[in-house]
Design a protein around this ligand. Structure first.
Ligand code: NAD
Length: 491
């Protein structure tokens, strides 16, 4: 049985204690075990990162960038291999896994521009013969803790920028799909990254808690569910660390009566059921403004019934299995609540065998404020909530717990502008169902979807992984001699 190890100081490492099962979601079989780090293993990874930091910080920007470019090329050449690892443990279809690799690669490309991104400001003669300039310097050892649903892309939101800025990194991937992280580590090594700059510890709460409390870890980036994001933020900041913790989501699509309903139905089905709804930017609620509800639901249902559910490595499949049986059963439990009318039932017509199957499900007339409407289900369940007006729709979005993504579908530019102004959500789509920002913008939600002040990647990512310094300098000449105890002024 495959044992998924850690990667510390440029080599694989095993704790040899607790393990957790890794599954093939399409068959339900156990395909391997993740070695779960104990505190001593995390300490070894942090020590390796700490040892590597001074030399990496002092490596010239040109040299760092050359390594990033080589890493980018190797990732590009290994897209398929990485996607295969993702599909085998996560269950998403190969095309979708390739998509996640592509979006992660874009962050590496963004990080290749680090010499420009780290430029400071310079002011000559701020006082007589005195110059001032600003610097941004790396923090030291930083940690990344990531969720199961994007085992390559979410870590790549973090480490390319962190490493480009001169930090050293310890990644703690999800124990449910841990293998992609090791291929990434090998590619870094082949790209010429010095040992200890990028490390991986497989693990669970034990490893997370050690990273959050270790005195040598200066900052932690987290992506996962809201309760854990809140815990990570509170624990990490209480231990003096800089923390950005991205949480869960419940994303609404508001459909105004003037929208093109075929475009809306295509978009809602793609955004609701891509990756089996296991995306933090998935659309899980469609708010249909009267009187379009019946027409829209029939178009959505017609498309949903045609989706081909099957093994992620079968090119004919459009939607794969869910990640684990526990998660599949939790998602399916929402269908038993009796909230609304099930129009397409994902419990029917499933592939045979022991895979963690649940087909795409559409529930109409979901009551506003019900559990199905409000809670993050994180699976292939699309709820339709009927509303009487734009205002009622915005009120439902803004009164929710989360603020990750949302979309409006309309041909009315004025309504779209009003929406982007009024809605309390971090990422907005206008006739775009999954408005994931490009790597050179920053990704992050509002309210319970993000704890901390900075979003990930883009310039906010560069700011998160660096801190500012301002130098005020004067090169003395003899005419400036003499003691003066007064506070320096410009007089
Ligand atoms: P999760 O919160 O269960 O796990 C995330 C990470 O935290 C994993 O590495 C896990 O090992 C660790 N963890 C789990 N329980 C812990 C505990 N008690 N103490 C300390 N660490 C713990 O999330 P998940 O199920 O892997 O991922 C799905 C969730 O992630 C969804 O809620 C989804 O919305 C969210 N997500 C959010 C974004 C975003 O950008 N906001 C992106 C992707 C996923």
């Amino acid at each position: 049985m495959k044992l998924v190890s850690h990667w510390i100081d440029g080599a694989s490492a095993v704790t040899g204690g607790r393990t957790s099962d890794v599954f093939n979601p399409a068959t339900g079989a156990v395909s391997g075990q993740a070695d779960l780090a104990d505190e001593a293993t995390v300490d070894r990874a942090v020590e390796a990162a700490k040892r590597a930091f001074p030399a990496w910080r002092d490596t010239s920007l040109v040299k760092r960038t050359q390594i990033l470019f080589r890493f980018r090329e190797l990732l590009d050449q290994n897209r398929d291999a990485l996607a295969e690892r993702i599909t085998a443990e996560h269950g998403k279809v190969h095309a979708d896994a390739l998509g996640e690799v592509a979006r992660g690669l874009e962050v590496v490309e963004f990080a290749c521009g680090i010499p420009h991104l780290l430029k400071g400001g310079f002011s000559e003669n701020v006082s007589t013969s005195v110059d001032s300039f600003s610097l941004r310097q790396p923090l030291g050892v930083v940690g990344g803790i990531t969720p199961f649903n994007f085992p390559a892309m979410v870590p790549m939101w973090m480490f390319p920028v962190a490493i480009a800025c001169g930090n050293t990194f310890v990644l703690k991937p999800s124990e449910r799909d841990p293998s992609a992280s090791l291929l990434i580590a090998e590619l870094w090594q082949r790209a010429g990254l010095p040992d200890g700059v990028f490390n991986v510890v497989q693990g669970d709460k034990v490893a997370v808690d050690r990273l959050l409390t270790h005195p040598d870890v200066k900052a932690v980036s987290f992506v996962g569910s809201t309760p854990i994001a809140r815990y990570v933020y509170e624990t990490g900041t209480a231990h003096g660390k800089r923390v950005q913790a991205l949480g869960g989501a419940k994303n609404h699509m508001l459909v105004l009566p003037d929208a093109d309903l075929d475009l809306v139905a295509d978009s809602a089905v793609s955004a609701g059921f891509g990756s089996a709804g296991e995306r933090c930017m998935a659309i899980s609620v469609v708010l249909a403004v009267d009187p379009i509800g019946d027409d829209l639901v029939s178009k959505i249902a017609e498309r949903t019934r045609k989706i081909k559910v099957g093994a992620g490595d079968d090119p004919a499949s459009e939607m794969g299995a869910l990640v684990t049986k526990v998660h599949r059963d939790k998602v399916a439990s929402y269908l038993d609540l009796g909230e609304g009318k099930i129009v397409v039932d994902g419990r029917e017509n499933l592939p045979e065998g022991g895979g963690f199957w649940l087909g795409p499900t559409v529930i109409d007339h979901v009551p506003a404020g019900s559990r199905t409407h409000r809670e993050e289900i994180f699976g292939p369940v699309l709820s339709i909530v009927r509303v009487s007006s734009y205002e009622e729709g915005v009120e439902l979005i803004n009164s929710g717990e989360y603020g990750n993504g949302t979309a409006i579908f309309t041909n009315d530019g004025g309504a779209a502008r009003r929406f982007q102004n009024e809605v309390e959500v971090g990422m907005i789509g206008v006739n775009v169902p999954i408005p994931v920002p490009m790597a050179f913008y920053s990704f992050g939600g509002w309210k319970a979807s993000l704890f901390g002040d900075t979003h990930v990647h883009g310039t906010e990512g560069v700011h998160f992984y660096t801190r500012g310094k301002v130098v005020t300098s004067r090169w003395l000449d003899p005419s400036h001699g003499g003691v003066n105890l007064g506070f320096p002024t410009n007089r």
